[in-house]
Design a binder for this molecule. Sequence first.
Ligand code: C2E
Ligand code: MG
Ligand code: MG
Ligand code: MG
Length: 294
Amino acid sequence: TAKAEGRGAYRFFTPALNEQMHQQFQLEQDLRHALEREQLSLHYQPRVDMRNGRILSLEALVRWNHPRHGWIPPGRFIPVAEATGLILQIGPLVLRQAGQQLARWRDAGLDPVPVAVNLSANELYQDALVERIDDIIKQQDIPPRLLEFEITESATMRSIDCAVDILTALRARGFSIALDDFGTGYASLNYLNRLPVNAIKIDRSFLADLGATETARHEQAAAIVKAITGLGNSLGLEGIAEGVENALQRDFLLAHGCHIAQGYLYSRPQPATAIEPLLRAGRIMLPTEAMRET
Ligand code: C2E
Ligand code: MG
Ligand code: MG
Ligand code: MG
């Protein structure tokens, strides 16, 4: 085995891997600096009732404007933050910024809608999570009904009993919870029944396959979207479709009983200043719908 290990160790330090490790390390260092200088900010994406265009809530999505590399998507730096523990600094920053934004909209006289914040697995199981959330809403004087949390199905699976306890504590304070990326994890129906969530978000990958030219792919995605929608409706959970990009997807969802959508068809995630006029209008009308009304 010594020989095998030796070979393994050699393989570990191939130039390609070394380069990849170096890049990860650099990203981690840059992220530390970005956190110190608060170079992370939030964009917001509306969730819309497709039957009338009303904006029901917003999802806060973290953005990193890197001084040299420009915008780095969360899909690249959140995993690094999770692996290095930096997520425990990003989480509070996101919560604080979302709270401040809600307070600003309130002070500007806007009718506020709830803002949903993503919690990753390591944040969810962090000891002081609930106290930290309490502190922030007290500081900003935000009613709990205006704050929602999104956790992925797979994060809850890491330790289902713990997850149930934490989510129960959050629900008791009046926060709403959505299960994110639903359908991609392995939650059994029994688990879903135990988790005190208000909503399930149908993962974008299923929406993306609706209308695929390969009919088998379309059929499968259609079956999954229908099943998740039916499941949500029969358990009394709100169903939110994520990644709605076109009218075909919208019509399919409406025909099968899912009427809440978040996606580029309605709005991309945008900075608060760009969201404000949408909040003032209260709804987002698609060009075709606006024409139908006049
Ligand atoms: P998520 O929570 O599932 O967020 C939805 C993602 O789908 C966002 O990507 C959003 O921009 C994207 N999206 C929405 N509508 C469409 C559409 O119509 N088409 C396409 N192609 N994409 C759409 P984003 O902002 O890049 O975030 C990726 C993931 O990073 C999030 O997935 C979430 O898991 C994580 N993330 C983002 N912000 C935070 C944060 O503040 N904290 C934590 N812990 N994770 C975050
Ligand atoms: Mg989310
Ligand atoms: Mg999602
Ligand atoms: Mg997703």
